[in-house]
Design a protein around this ligand. Sequence first.
Ligand code: ATP
Ligand code: MG
Length: 450
Amino acid sequence: MQPRIISREEHGISRRQISPNALNTLYRLHEGGFVAYLVGGCVRDLLLGRTPKDFDIVTDAAPGQIKRLFRNARIIGRRFRLVHLHFQDEILEVSTFRASAPAGEEEGEEEDGDGKPPLHLKDATGMVLRDNVFGTPKEDALRRDFTINALAWNIADFSVIDYTNGMMDLNQRIIRPIGDPEVRFTEDPVRMIRAVRFAASHDFEIETEAWEALLRLAPTIVRAAPARLYEEALKLFLLGSARAVFDGLEKTGLLAALFPPLGRWLAADGDLSAALRENMENIDRLRLKGLPPSPPLLLAMLFGPPLEAEAVARHREGIPYLQALDEICLAFLEELAKTVTVPGRIGGQMRRIFSLQPSLHRIPPRRPAALAARPEFSDAMTYLIFTTKTTEENRKSREWWKAFINNPDAPLPEAANATAASPVRSKRRKKRKRRTRTGSAENGPFEAAQ
Ligand code: ATP
Ligand code: MG
């Protein structure tokens, strides 16, 4: 099969849109006698007039040959060896054309240990590259996940090379796996999440056959490594389309498969879905305002309402609230770890967002300066504002804290003054100064919630 070549006059990619580092790298490879393309998401996004997240390059130069051309090159990867070029403000990934790996050996997956000997290849230096399966440009395109992600931009003549009808799907805004969707989602279940992510972030439709395969295979997402699924989950929700991603995951059954406790809560409480959707809209709003939400805040917004409700229920049975909350969060994180491993530090920060809530609700608060100096204060305040926007009680807490933060030198209300001893007051000023200097989210929660 010959690729469709779309000449520079027929597509909208201009060299001005490409990072100068990437462009220079492509030229250097080309002048060195190698084939060199931009590939993947950056070509897709350039064609759509969006700013690419990163620029990936493929070439027929082997890693050793790339290393000899660039002083800032580092060969990385245990399984598939590729090269990172380190620039002051950017790291570029340069990989050698690659053929598809056998099932279970896609990026990020653990070796399946079936005892087959890995494919050995030697690079230009004669070094054996374990698990490296170099391929042709065509094989490199066909191993990719979706047609819109398989387009390449050729430095030799500035054309776009299209082996999979990706351009047509791009124009029609369709996410279509390359090959049989069932096979491709089985080879690497993370592709299902990627389909939902791209559909949400780019406002594309998942092609019908792929959609049906997704519905059937959603429960198999648990085959992917839990640590990889945590990283994917962050990409799903923190890049500005959390609300649309939530809808897509819910519709496909991926949400319940990824987060089994959440699946149970949603099944038991008909109002929860709408509340969480609103929370995800607020996560998107933060990003839009230039205040990227932290992973612990995201987790709190995604799982907090039912976790807190459960803690309140246990408290009614006589267990101290904070103790109930801690136990419930720990049990939840432990169950979640079977599918999605939240790192311990992040789980701890999520718990502290919840456990700070009672202190923030108390008006006037005890030792407000000490509370404001806590590392989770900003996230906890944002959580309070977003999850409890409507009630009168919360409005009071919000106003109180807003005044406190914006006006550190104003006299505090009586009760608070009595508890905020002078050393703490001076600490608060110090904290405020530091935060202002670093332009942190000190006012973030309040601004974001407007
Ligand atoms: P983003 O804008 O989120 O970075 P992207 O398409 O560039 O989107 P990356 O994760 O950076 O996504 O991957 C780069 C390219 O590698 C993809 O465009 C795709 O061609 C290929 N790719 C990534 N993950 C997979 C996968 N699981 N299976 C097959 N190909 C993949
Ligand atoms: Mg990318």
